[in-house]
Design a protein. Sequence first.
Length: 388
Amino acid sequence: MRIVEIREQTLPISSSIRNAYIDFSKMTLSLVAVITDVIRDGKPVVGYGFNSNGRYGQGTLMRERFIPRVLEADPGSLVDDSGSNLDPHKIWAAMMTNEKPGGHGERSVAVGTIDMAVWDAVAKIAGLPLFQLLADRYGNGRPERKVFVYAAGGYYYPGQDYTKLKDEMRSYIDRGYTVVKKKIGGASLDEDLRRIDAILSVLGDGQKLAVDANGRFDLDTAIRYAKALSQYDLFWYEEAGDPLDFELQALLRNYYDKPMATGENLFSMQDARNLIRYGGMRPDRDWLQFDCALSYGLVEYLRTLDMLHQHGWSRTRCIPHGGHQMSLNIAAGLGLGGNESYPDLFQPFGGFPDGVKVENGFVTMPDLPGIGFEGKSDLYREMQKLSA
Ligand SMILES: O=C([O-])CC(=O)C(=O)O
Ligand SMILES: [Mg+2]
């Protein structure tokens, strides 16, 4: 058995939205197909992957380094000991041949995207949903089919007013979400507080708002926001300062004793470990948002979960960034605290298989082979174009 080809296509996911740091007018992502010579139902098994929003497509890095390393490796060196499936760990090691540690740049996105497609193929070859395969291999064998999801939105965009913001949030609540997220730091503190008040006016009992500064604030600004946000009962205060400024994060807890979240821009186990070692994050209330699709994939994320365990953190404190079905499977298979979701953004890549509804803040994983992309018709159409 072997991988016969890996294809990449860079696709636009552009829109007029902006957060406190970037606009998405030129945002792209890489869609990847890993084509194998394994036949199921009369057709070759193809695994698919794509990177999360927020980092651009990585086709150049893939074509120059990571795809050739996989295709040039002895196929026998990429299969598991039973010989009946590909081994994602061995494929990962092949991709990372002759790559020095540290300075992860965006190669972690390139590797993470291919890794997603490899896991999709591996679960399809095994004839299992990925969440079941993960629970069998790395968990207790019993996936948690119900996964908490929250609705990320509340971006700044031209022509937005309080009515539109409230309508947006109400539409998430109407679709079954109990937690919604908005951006902060793209307007003045006063303006952001007025926007928060507007959203809170449409939330009911048991419904909460999270806010996300996208790493925009220096320490003084982060503290000013912390003090002002303390008047609310927010789900979390996310990525206040630069993702690598662990001291800022650690100091902030002196000014904000409610939940904080960060980690979506930490792209390796080692960076995640530095956050845990030096960032002052509190295992009893804070949230970790490492996103495997941006950070060397699930092979690396398994290392991150081990690291968290060694540091006394429960994996239920992880709610990954990105809103993709890969992290949804990891959440269900390995017992994370939930997953992000973008109900209206970054389509057709985000979201759930057709027919999956959010109920009281949770989705229930359907029985689909692999990651489950085949169950989302608009997404699968794009994928089939790539592998045709
Ligand atoms: O706006 C973005 O780049 C996405 C983001 O931070 C999030 O989903 O938390
Ligand atoms: Mg964020």
